[in-house]
Each structure stands twice: as structure tokens, then as C-alpha cells.
Design a protein around this ligand. Structure first.
Ligand code: SF4
Length: 328
């Protein structure tokens, strides 16, 4: 059986159900890189260009982790995943950066994904990906259509408030997803904003979701907000935001600001990230103007230490508890 490796990084946190089901439906064994660990971080930092942000550096480490374990590695070039919108330019250059890194690579399943002008471009991309496995077009399209259903189910659960856990994502099937992405309880909510590959990678985020849950918070993220609300809220900006991930963060921040059940907001940004600095500034301005809830801005890179994050989280949570006590 052919084995295809998927790096547990970047858009893995958004599209793994789609990719996994697609390859499995074609009879391929999907292998994930190990969860992020010190080795992966060190290897990624050593191999990546200095200017890269932490998530991109990590991607190198995850590719290296897979390189001698699989027959092929899935390495898409993501340009756009929505009409007239774009992904950060670093995603576009990723395959070239990896190929020139000196890593001894197996076969690469490369594909250009650009839906900025034409939604049907995805069908073409699916055929391109599938041709690495089989020449049977009908089989490829059938595998793709089934995988799309699985991805929709995954997104539906997230938009309905389901909390993404690394285990739930890794073991994803429609049935396990329903069982493991359970809805949360009615306890004080803390909104956590940032890219999925920062928030849901337990090593990178220093397990912030579980730390907040242990403190007594229910964590809610931009992925929990329905698309229609994101569109409506992001449209309040004087200029249209054409970064897909940035738009979701901004739209979610505006939405959370209006919700009385959300008691505080944390924004996690990658050091050196252009889109994050713009989006972070916009969110911070609105938070300062609204003055309705505590706000914490955290920047992370490979040097970020646990102690500083924990101290700031505790102070943030103390503030929420103090405000709650005042209201009672
Ligand atoms: S959006 Fe920011 S964090 Fe994400 S890949 Fe681009 S520069 Fe890195």
C-alpha cells in the first residue's frame, strides 16, 4: 500500500479531514508527522530561512520528520481557498522553500490550490492530486466528493461550538468527530483568537486551551463562529479584508465584543507575521475603544517560555474573576 505523509502543521489544522479522507478513499495509507516536539522545532529552525515565522519553520521540521517514513509527501501550494481572497504569501512559496532546503525528499504530491477566481479550480486540483495515485478520473472524483462531505461535517461541528482537540482531529471520521468534538458547558467564556496552527498545536501554544480550561474557562475560537456572522462583522471594516485567515479573526473579534457571555479575549500572534501585526493592531484598537472586557495579546516564537505565558494568563484570569465578582 502506498503511504502518503501529511505534515502536522499549518493547514493540517483546517483541512486534515478532507485530505485524509481523499487519500484514504483512494486506498492510500495516510501517515502524519509526530506531534510538534523539541526536535521538530530545532530541526525546523535550523533549516528554515531566518525571516520565516515560527509556523513556517515548524513546517520544515514536520517535513523532515516524515521524509524517510513515507513514499510521498503531500505539499500543496495554497494561494487562495475562497473567492477573491488570499492566504499569506508564505504559503505560496512553501513548496519552493522546502525543495531548496536540502532535505532528502521522497516523491512530492504538489498541487496549486487557487480558488480566488474560480471555485471549480478545486476539482482540477483534486484531479491533479489524485493522478499521483491512480489514472482513474471517476475514482478520483468519487474519493474527492466523499472527502468534501467529511470536511463539511467537521466544519459544521466547529461552527456549532465544538472544541477542536488534537486527538479528535487526528482520529477524524464523521462518527468519531461527532463523539469527540463535544459541545461545551455554560461556564465563563474566553475568546481565543489566532491562527489554528498556533492555537491547536499544543507544543506551540504551550497548551493554552487546556490551561484556560483548568482555570475554569470555556474556550471559544474564531472557528466556532458561523461563516455568515464572520462575513457580516468583517464587512464593518472600511476596506474589505482579503486575507482569509485575518478576516475570520477580525469578524470573530467584533462578534465576541458584542457577546455578554464572553468575559475576555486573548489574541495569539506569531512573531514576524505581517498579517498578524495588521489584524492584531485592528483588534487591539477596537478592544481599547470598547473597554468591555480584559484583553491579552501574546506573541510567540521559538524562544517563548512557559513561565511568562502562565504568569500573564493567571493575571488575565484574575482580572476576569475580579470583574465577575464586582457584577454579582
Ligand atoms: S499568516 Fe503569519 S503566521 Fe501564518 S504563515 Fe503567514 S506569516 Fe506565518
Amino acid at each position: 500500500m502506498i503511504t502518503v505523509g501529511i505534515p502536522r502543521a499549518l493547514f493540517y489544522y483546517y483541512y486534515f479531514p478532507l485530505w485524509k479522507d481523499f487519500f484514504q478513499n483512494l486506498g492510500v495509507k495516510v501517515v502524519l508527522s509526530s506531534p510538534t516536539n523539541k526536535n521538530i522545532v530545532n530541526n525546523g529552525v535550523a533549516m528554515a530561512v531566518d525571516e520565516a515565522c515560527l509556523p513556517v519553520k515548524l513546517y520544515y521540521g514536520h517535513v523532515l520528520d516524515l521524509a524517510d517514513k513515507v513514499d510521498a509527501i503531500f505539499l500543496p501550494r495554497l494561494v487562495s481557498t475562497a473567492h477573491k481572497e488570499f492566504i499569506c504569501p508564505k504559503f505560496m512559496g512553501l513548496p519552493d522553500m522546502i525543495k531548496s532546503s536540502g532535505i532528502k525528499l521522497p516523491e512530492l504530491i504538489e498541487v496549486n490550490i487557487d480558488l480566488s477566481r474560480n471555485k471549480r479550480a478545486m476539482r482540477k486540483a483534486a484531479l491533479e492530486m489524485g493522478k499521483h495515485i491512480t489514472g482513474n478520473t471517476i475514482r478520483i472524483l468519487k474519493a474527492w466528493n466523499l472527502a468534501v462531505i467529511s470536511q463539511r461535517q467537521f466544519e459544521h461541528i466547529q461552527r456549532s461550538g465544538g472544541q477542536l482537540t488534537p486527538q479528535a482531529l487526528e482520529l477524524w471520521t464523521e462518527e468519531t468527530g461527532n463523539a469527540t468534538l463535544g459541545m461545551q458547558q455554560e461556564i465563563p467564556k474566553v475568546a481565543l483568537l489566532g491562527h489554528g496552527y498556533n492555537l491547536y498545536d499544543r507544543y506551540v501554544s504551550m497548551d493554552i486551551i487546556h490551561k484556560l480550561q483548568k482555570m475554569g474557562a470555556e474556550v471559544i475560537t474564531a472557528e466556532n463562529v458561523p461563516d455568515s456572522i464572520i462575513e457580516e462583522e468583517a464587512a464593518r471594516l472600511p476596506k474589505r479584508m482579503f486575507w482569509t485567515l485575518g478576516k475570520r479573526q477580525i469578524g470573530a473579534a467584533f462578534h465576541f465584543l458584542k457577546r455578554p457571555d464572553v468575559k475576555g479575549l486573548i489574541h495569539i500572534a506569531s512573531f514576524g507575521c505581517g498579517p498578524d501585526s495588521l489584524v492584531g493592531e485592528l483588534i487591539e484598537r477596537h478592544m481599547r475603544r470598547a473597554k468591555t472586557m480584559p484583553f491579552l495579546f501574546l506573541t510567540i516564537d521559538e524562544h517563548t517560555g512557559q513561565a511568562g505565558i502562565v504568569t500573564r494568563l493567571e493575571a488575565f484570569w484574575d482580572m476576569i474573576e475580579w470583574r465577575n465578582a464586582q457584577c454579582q
